[in-house]
Design a binder for this molecule. Structure first.
Ligand SMILES: [Zn+2]
Length: 288
C-alpha cells in the first residue's frame, strides 16, 4: 500500500525546526504540487534554497510571516510546506502535477509525501483564523496544534475516518463502480463515519444505503492514511445476511455486482487498500 515505503517510514513527530538549504519543500497550488521528474530518482521536490529564490523573484504569496513549516521526515530527508499559494518556479525542469493523478509520482515515497503534505496544507490553510472568535491563530511550538491567542481555542489536525467494505457471500464479493466520477475502475463500498456512530454501524449503514443489503460478522482487516481526502481508511470484511438482491443507490453508484473469487477483474496496484482487499479475497486470505 501507499504508506508501505521501499525503505524507512514517515516520521511525523512534530518539531519546531527551521529549514536549511537542502531540505525539501512541498509547494502546492490548487490541487497541484511542484515536482521535477528525474531518471535516477523518479520524482524530486525542490530544496529550500531554490524555493526561497523563486518566492522572492516571483512574489509567491504567503499566509503569514513564516514562509515554510516543518511537516515530517521521510527516508532521511526533512520536508517543509510552503505556507501559502505557491507560484512560478525559475527552473523549467520543475512543473506542477495533479495530486489526484497519483500515477504521475513514480515512487511511493514521493506520492505518500505529496498526499500527507496536502492533508496538512489543507488543515493549515483552513485554520488561519479561530473559528470561534475569528482572531488569527498562532502555531504552537511543542506539538502540531494551532491556538487562538484571544479565546484559547486549541485546534488539532483533523482526520476524517472512513470505511472500505468487502461484502462477501461465500465465494463471491460485491464490487461496484462510482456514478459520475472520472474513476471508472471497480471499487468496494465505502463511506465516511458519521458523528455518534461506531465503525461497525458505518459498515452496516453504508452497505444498506448504497446497495440495500444486510450484513453480519463484521471483521476488521487493515487501515491506510489517505491524506488526499483528509482521511484514514479502515478496511472491513463482512458476510451477507439474508437476500442477495441489490437495490442500487444510483446517485452514488453506476453499478454493483457479485464477482466470483476465481474470476476477479482487478489487480493490486500496490497503492490502495481497496485493491489489496480485492487481492486478499481472490487468494482466500480475508479474515474469516
Ligand atoms: Zn478564538
Amino acid at each position: 500500500m501507499l504508506q508501505e515505503l521501499e525503505f524507512g517510514r514517515l516520521e511525523n513527530e512534530f518539531y519546531d525546526k527551521k529549514a536549511t538549504a537542502e531540505d525539501f519543500v512541498v509547494c502546492i497550488r490548487n490541487n497541484q504540487v511542484l515536482v521535477k521528474r528525474t531518471k535516477e530518482n523518479g520524482i524530486e521536490y525542490p530544496t529550500y534554497d531554490l524555493v526561497k529564490l523563486w518566492a522572492e523573484k516571483n512574489q509567491w504569496s504567503g499566509w503569514k510571516t513564516s514562509d515554510v513549516q516543518y511537516v515530517f521526515r521521510m527516508q532521511d530527508k526533512d520536508y517543509y510546506l510552503w505556507m501559502g499559494e505557491a507560484g512560478e518556479s525559475e527552473d523549467e525542469s520543475f512543473a506542477y502535477e495533479e495530486i489526484r493523478q497519483m500515477s504521475v509520482f513514480e515512487t511511493k515515497a514521493a506520492c505518500f509525501a505529496a498526499c500527507t503534505a496536502m492533508h496538512l496544507y489543507v488543515w493549515y490553510r483552513n485554520n488561519q483564523f479561530c473559528g470561534r472568535c475569528q482572531t488569527p491563530t498562532v502555531h504552537d511550538t511543542k506539538e502540531r496544534m494551532l491556538r487562538c491567542p484571544n479565546c484559547g481555542n486549541l485546534i488539532f489536525p483533523r482526520i476524517s475516518p472512513a470505511v472500505i467494505i468487502g461484502v462477501t457471500n461465500g465465494d463471491k464479493i460485491l464490487m461496484s463502480k462510482y456514478a459520475g466520477r472520472a474513476y471508472t475502475r471497480y471499487a468496494l463500498i465505502a463511506g465516511f463515519t458519521e458523528i455518534g456512530e461506531t465503525l461497525e454501524e458505518t459498515v452496516k449503514r453504508e452497505v444498506m444505503e448504497e446497495v440495500g443489503l444486510h450484513v453480519k460478522n463484521i471483521r476488521y482487516y487493515k487501515s491506510q492514511p489517505w491524506g488526499r481526502d483528509g482521511g484514514v481508511l479502515m478496511g472491513f470484511f463482512c458476510d451477507l445476511d439474508g437476500s442477495d438482491e441489490i437495490h442500487l443507490d444510483e446517485k452514488e453508484l453506476a453499478l454493483a455486482e457479485w464477482h466470483e473469487r476465481s474470476a476477479m477483474p482487478t489487480e493490486d496496484d500496490g497503492i490502495s487498500l481497496t485493491r489489496e482487499m480485492m487481492r486478499v479475497f481472490e487468494e482466500g486470505r480475508e479474515p474469516k
